[in-house]
Design a protein around this ligand. Sequence first.
Ligand code: MLT
Length: 265
Amino acid sequence: MKTKINNLSVFTSGDTNSRPIIFVHGFPFDHRMWDAQIEELSKYYHCITYDIRGLGESPAGDGQFTMDWFVDDLETIIDELKLNRPVLCGLSMGGYISLRAMERMEVKFRALILCDTKALADDNAGKIKRAEGIKSINESGVENFVEQFVPICFSENFRIKNKPEYEEVLIRSKSNSPIGVKGCLLAMAGRTDTTNYLPNISIPTLIISGEKDKLTPPLVMKSMADQINNSEFYVVDEAGHMAPLEAADMVNEKMRSFLAEYSKP
Ligand code: MLT
């Protein structure tokens, strides 16, 4: 089912009486990156996902976004849908949102799943890359930016072996609003570092890392897992930065066993 909350497109599936899981997608993608997880997990859980402000079907407005505004949106969705301590699952930028949400309101969540993400904020080189991204969108358009950025997110193997699926993601990403994509780049460049909060996370946490992830490599994710007390670290063989999409079966199985332990259907 599709609904609008705060003008954002929110998608729900599964039995509303089941335990909730809320999925937060990465950049520059949309809620559909979680299709395979939702198809499987909505048999047992109430699954909620949404398009982050500025991406997919959610409006870009003037593109003046901050990471904290993204967290405000997440909180509004949880409150409006009256979700009782959902499991929070975020990938990459969705993970940045999730980690900031932990700092702000961990008590609202039952468990945490972090996929291909990190707690570290952008360093100077990272901020300069964001600036170059914005410049390239201004000069050559969002399609060109997506052409350069999205291939890095997937393993070469996936791009070759799953061409139609990969091309579909590429086309969808290119259709994002340039203002929205630039707004997300600004929000990511300006986000705070959540590393200091990691030892305070007390809810069960599953950390999923694509073996071939070039953006948030397994070593970075392992170091994050080491700082979270109640955490489990899982590497997905051969997958890149988009592990839930590239290796859906493996990721679904891992999520299911983690959820069976910490958030029984
Ligand atoms: C993402 O997948 O959300 C992005 O790679 C995050 C980033 O650019 O830092």
